[in-house]
Design a protein around this ligand. Structure first.
Ligand SMILES: Cc1cc2nc3c(=O)[nH]c(=O)nc-3n(C[C@H](O)[C@H](O)[C@H](O)COP(=O)(O)O)c2cc1C
Length: 193
């Protein structure tokens, strides 16, 4: 069986993003599991706000096609999702929406979301760790895009103090949960490798 390839990114491009830190830590932990990890920043894939007329006139932007193909060459995807007003960030929703619209040649719709597995995490500086963002993201991916999303997820509470100076999670319960989520992601992704 081939080693699975895992894609990791955060739904925030803020310089000191907690979720970018969570994504970076996830990538580090995945590397320790001996899988092939790609970590990207959405900063490198700017997209216009989705607009039906824009799509009709110009088709999907090049960065949406790149991201769709990026999903396509990975067997598992870990998304670290910030919480905005009990939901996901406009950046993440816009990105997922554009990717959902890319259809190359005669392929069926939503191929970026099929034949791979997703795992979710969130970090927020509150007591619930952005879990409402995870519920919203799960809805978008599962119901909207037909993706397989693992039930286990990580919500990092009190994110401002949750990471130590090495960017590891201070609390063992958080560290263990992250390892558990990632372990399941890798095992599930093996089925698609
Ligand atoms: C418009 C807006 C709405 C927010 N709503 C929530 C919220 O509902 N729950 C929450 O825990 N944090 C909320 N926050 C705080 C974010 O979780 C915080 O800005 C966090 O740092 C964003 O993630 P990042 O660090 O990865 O950029 C909100 C922030 C913004 C800008």
């Amino acid at each position: 069986m081939r080693s699975p390839k895992i894609l990791v990114f955060a739904g925030s491009i803020r310089t000191a993003s907690f979720n970018a830190r969570l994504a970076a830590l996830a990538a580090k932990e995945l590397a320790l599991l001996n899988v092939d990890v790609t970590r990207i920043s959405l900063l490198d894939y700017p997209l216009p706000l989705f607009h039906g007329d824009l799509e009709a006139e110009q088709g999907a932007p090049a960065n949406a096609v790149k991201l769709k193909r990026m999903f396509g060459v990975h067997h598992g995807v870990f998304i670290a999702s910030p919480e905005y007003n009990a939901s996901i960030t406009p950046l993440l929703k816009n990105t997922l929406d554009w990717i959902s619209r890319v259809r190359e040649a005669a392929e069926p719709p939503l191929t970026a979301y099929r034949q791979r597995v997703f795992a979710l995490g969130a970090a927020s500086n509150g007591t619930h760790g952005g879990y409402r963002s995870l519920m919203a993201l799960r809805q978008v991916l599962e119901l909207g895009c037909g993706a397989l999303v693992l039930p286990e997820q990580i919500a990092v509470t009190e994110a401002a103090t949750a990471f130590d100076e090495m960017d590891n999670l201070r609390e063992e319960r958080h560290a263990q949960k992250l390892r558990s989520v990632l372990g399941q992601l890798v095992e599930s992704a093996r089925h698609y490798a």
